[in-house]
Design a protein around this ligand. Structure first.
Ligand code: BES
Ligand code: MN
Ligand code: ZN
Length: 478
């Protein structure tokens, strides 16, 4: 959906107007007069999820949507209500809609970017029922009266940059894994970079071998497709800080020789959502011209079984020289991230943040409602959690204590690549720490948040764009 923020809605030009109202008095809200009358006539009380559509003259349709108690308005709740707006508009085949959200919180630009995503559906491969395919909807969100023209335009640009980044991540994640190969993912990074004015370097298998990225090479051995290692550099002139973002780009994770059960294995096409997040964040940051230097880094390969695949019992020497005993080839994300984090550390950034659909254990702990956050830097934790609260992209901190290293101790090598079931998300993070040389590093385990297993009131099934909003919010606070 293309979203603009307007200081005035031209009712005659709208197919459909949506008004989101909380419980309580509506008299002191800044509503246009005809709408005030409709709300009063309908005796609309704003209870959550109550939806009333009224046929009128201009605009022809007005839908009132209850959003519940006004003191409990959160961006997560409002996002769900806006998803209803997108779905209703699509069912009605509306081309031009208006949206009124007459509250100061959540902020107008967050509401606008949520609206922009509200009709999202990944449908390039739908060849039947073509009429249900995505078609362009123009939406105008009414600006709060306190804002002048310039700030309204700025907010709209901001919302569109975020929405573009989120959209990129969702499309990359949802693309089938026979198409979104490591090579294609790298190519997409180049295309996005070119469009956003960012430098992008793609390293091929030969380069990766030369750099001695032992973890990435080991995981790639089972695949017929070449791996890729990608570095995107956004370098604004007045940057004071440098942040490196690192992503896991497993374009399909079968588990390898330690093969996964068949059920839901198709979901492992989403195992590149960390890399996708890095691409989307760099895109949004560049479009917003954030005054922070950002290096986006990701490693991409498939994880498959074959005669040449890496196997349990092997010892692999990583790029930083440390050795890893393989006990489970399904713990492949940490192998490729170990090298990518070492590479990132060599750039000496102020902060490193990595994004990875790393462990099922994190999903067991937090389900789809929060990403796991691991860091030794308390200030970084505070800032990221705060950014998460503001954007509705929740992060929940889990420990990174050295005691957990015992669980990945190996008899034969510096460590093993899996600590077993107990504390699985933590031992994975502790493993990654062995490859980080940066005082301020955070690991986000987005295994539960990167994709939705089912359609829900808040979002479509599939990739969610996790990582973009929280990170942009954090980068803006630097
Ligand atoms: N990509 C998976 C983690 C995952 C699981 C993401 C479910 C999303 C949903 C990862 O590579 C993996 O297989 N992790 C193993 C680690 C184990 C072998 C130590 C896991 O979580 O079971
Ligand atoms: Mn795996
Ligand atoms: Zn994986």
């Amino acid at each position: 959906m293309f979203v603009d923020i307007s200081r005035e809605l031209k009712f005659s030009k709208l197919d459909h107007l949506f008004v989101l109202l909380a419980e309580g008095k509506h008299d002191d809200l800044s509503l246009p007069d005809p709408i005030r009358k409709i709300v009063r006539d309908a005796a609309f009380d704003g209870r959550a999820d109550v939806v009333v559509t009224i046929l009128g003259h201009e605009p022809r349709k007005v839908t009132l949507i209850g959003v519940g108690k006004s003191d409990a308005l959160t961006i997560r709740g409002v996002r769900a209500q806006l998803t209803a707006v997108g779905r209703i508009a699509k069912k009605h085949r509306d081309k031009s809609i208006g949206v009124i959200f007459p509250y100061a919180q959540p902020e107008t630009s967050a509401v606008a970017d949520a609206l922009a995503q509200s009709d999202y559906k990944y449908d390039p491969y739908i060849t039947v029922k073509k009429d249900l395919k995505r078609y362009p909807i123009d939406a105008a969100l009414l600006a709060p009266p306190s804002l002048d023209k310039k700030s309204v335009a700025q907010l709209a640009d901001h919302a569109r940059a975020i929405a573009a980044g989120v959209n990129t991540v969702r499309d990359l994640g949802n693309t089938p894994c026979n198409v979104m190969t490591p090579e294609r993912l790298a190519e997409r990074a180049q295309e996005v970079s070119k469009d956003a004015g960012v430098k992008c370097t793609v390293y091929t298998k030969r380069d990766i071998e030369k750099m001695k990225m032992g973890g990435l090479i080991a995981v790639n051995r089972g695949s017929d497709l070449e791996p890729r290692f990608v570095v995107m550099e956004y370098t604004p002139k007045k940057a004071k800080k440098h942040v490196a973002l690192v992503g896991k780009g497993i374009t399909f994770d079968s588990g390898g020789i330690s093969i996964k059960p068949a059920e839901k294995m198709e979901e492992m096409k989403f195992d590149m959502c960390g890399a996708a997040a890095v691409i989307g964040i760099v895109e949004a940051a560049a479009k917003l011209e954030l005054p922070v230097k950002i290096t986006g880094i990701f490693a991409a390969t498939e994880n498959l079984p074959s005669g040449s695949a890496y196997k349990p019992g092997e010892i692999i020497t990583m790029m930083n020289g440390k050795t890893v005993e393989i006990v489970n080839t399904d713990a492949e994300g940490r192998m490729i991230l170990g090298d990518a984090l070492h590479y990132a550390s060599s750039l000496k950034p102020d902060h490193i943040i990595d994004y990875a659909t790393l462990t099922g254990a994190c999903v067991v702990a937090l389900a789809g409602d929060a990403a796991g956050l691991f860091t030794d830097d308390d200030a970084l934790a505070r800032n990221l959690i705060h950014a998460g609260e503001r954007t509705g992209e929740r992060l929940w901190r889990l420990p990174l204590w050295d005691e957990y290293k015992d669980l990945i101790r190996s008899e034969w090598a510096d460590m093993k690549n899996s600590g077993g079931r107990w504390g699985g998300a933590i031992t994975a993070a502790v493993f990654l720490k062995e490859f980080v040389d940066c005082p301020s590093w955070a690991h986000l385990d987005i295994a539960g948040t990167a994709y939705a297993e089912n359609e829900s009131p808040r979002e479509a099934k599939g990739a969610t764009g996790a990582g973009v909003r929280v990170t942009i919010e954090f980068l803006q606070s630097l």
